[in-house]
Ligand binder design. Structure first.
Ligand code: GDP
Length: 437
């Protein structure tokens, strides 16, 4: 790695807290600990030190420090941690002193994990697992992120890649031999084709997962739709037990799209309140309705709310559940098996949540898939397409073309784990990462 700087960043959350951890990575860690804390602490043990500003000797804090010599660390470099008292002044004082320390600079978002990947401590899929684990809001999301962090995708992709490289070696040997014209080419091809076909089938099976991994990361999207005044905003508030949507008697007040994230028994559910569907002259409201239609088209489930039980089905919805609202007002009974709820009295709310949860569970599964991002899916699909050409190539197919398809298939897998094109993916991944990770 060319970057010889020592980076530092707060590793714990901001705000007043009992302890604030500042994390460092890079060659100056030992010098920092000596300059701030005096006697160097033993490796991998927390040691209590009085931290002094190296510039003027002023006491900054009395804190636990930890010294972790590389390369067997998270980043693969020398690392250190300062467990400060969590006050803003203490933290700011230490950060100012570190900024002035030779060779030290504040870390950009994801910098520690980036170094871990570049130093071979983890592959790209594991780094994505770290990102997802930090983002995880529900238990199922955390489980999926931990599995990826543990290498579930990386190991599988590498195993496939190894197998393809073995086939490639066979194809290249066949190429060499065929030049000499003394080998049973067709025999070699059959064994090779069989193995490539098996990998293709395994990749295709991993892709045929209904996008569960991505959906678990994004959340199961439930759109509340229905005419103005059907009770969408009120229901959203009742479901989320938060005042996220403005409720008003005037039709057409929910002009924009309001989203609330719910944790339904460990499953992430994104509830989307939408503008009421009705003909309108109002340009702003018309834009809201256009957005509603787009959200309905993307939704996993549409709750079609209606106080009278007469709303028309929306043909473009993937899955639709009719819900009669304002059940406390009486009126026409819902259709048989339909749900009737009252946001006012809470009647029917548990049944509605159970119905949504059952659908989310069916759609997201227990998160047993290994593909969790569009990036993986695109590369795996490309790999499968190349292997498919190998599988369908007859004995008379030019061996150099078979070899090229195998090479491209292996390359696509290399992109998933980060053996190929790692920097570009890291830039994109870490643009959404937090500082200090
Ligand atoms: P939206 O336009 O579909 O979002 O509808 P709102 O949530 O703004 O509700 C419209 C009106 O119906 C408001 O006056 C609400 O107080 C009322 N409302 C909503 N839900 C219920 C309910 O369960 N029972 C009764 N009685 N009134 C409700």
């Amino acid at each position: 790695m060319d970057d010889q700087s020592t980076i530092f960043a707060p590793a714990s959350g901001f705000g007043r807290a009992a302890v604030a951890v500042i994390r460092l990575s890079g060659p100056a860690c030992a010098a920092v600990l000596a300059a701030f804390g005096g006697t160097p602490p033993p490796p991998r043990r927390l040691a209590l030190r009085t931290l002094r500003d190296p510039r003027d000797g002023a006491v900054l804090d009395r804190a636990l420090v930890c010294w972790m010599p590389g390369p067997d660390t998270f980043s693969g470099e020398d690392m250190a941690e300062l467990h400060l008292h969590g006050g803003a002044a203490v933290r700011a004082g230490v950060i100012r002193a570190l900024t002035d320390f030779p060779g030290c600079r504040p870390a950009e978002a994801g910098a520690f994990t980036r170094r871990a990947v570049l130093n071979g401590r983890m592959d790209l899929t594991e780094a994505e697992g770290v990102a997802d684990l930090i983002e995880a809001e529900t238990a199922a999301q955390a489980r999926q992120a931990l599995r990826q962090l543990d290498g579930a995708l990386g190991r599988q992709v590498e195993a496939w890649r190894e197998e393809i490289l073995t086939c490639l070696a066979g194809a290249e040997a066949a190429l060499d031999f065929s030049d000499e014209g003394d080998v049973d080419e067709a025999g070699l091809d059959r064994a090779l084709t069989g193995r490539a076909t098996a990998v293709r089938d395994a990749v295709a099976a991993a892709l045929a997962d209904g996008r569960r991994g991505e959906r678990l990361r994004e959340g199961y999207t439930v759109v509340l739709a229905g005419a103005p005044n059907a009770g969408k905003s009120t229901l959203l508030n009742a479901l989320s037990r938060r005042d996220a949507a403005i409720v008003s008697d005037r039709p057409g007040t929910t002009r924009d799209v309001i989203e609330v994230r719910l944790d339904l028994g460990g499953l992430p559910v994104l509830l989307v309140d939408t503008a009421g569907l009705r003909a309108t002259e109002d340009a702003l409201e018309a834009e809201g309705i256009a957005r509603t239609r787009r959200r309905i088209a993307q939704a996993d489930l549409v709750l079609l709310l209606d106080a009278e039980g007469a709303a028309e089905a929306l043909p473009e919805a993937a899955d639709l559940l009719r819900v009669r609202t304002k059940a406390d007002l009486g009126g026409a009974a819902g259709e048989a098996g339909g749900l009737a709820v009252s946001a006012l009295t809470g009647a029917g709310m548990e049944a509605l949540l159970a119905a949504v949860r059952a659908r989310a569970e069916a759609a997201l599964g227990a998160g047993e898939g290994i593909v969790t991002r569009e990036r993986h899916r695109e590369a795996l699909a490309r790999c499968a397409a190349h292997l498919d050409r190998v599988a369908r190539a007859g004995a008379e197919a030019p061996p150099e073309l078979v070899a090229e398809d195998l090479r491209l298939a292996a390359r696509a897998l290399g992109e998933v784990s980060g053996r190929v094109g790692v920097e570009a993916v890291l830039d994109r991944l870490f643009s959404s990462f937090c500082i200090g990770k």
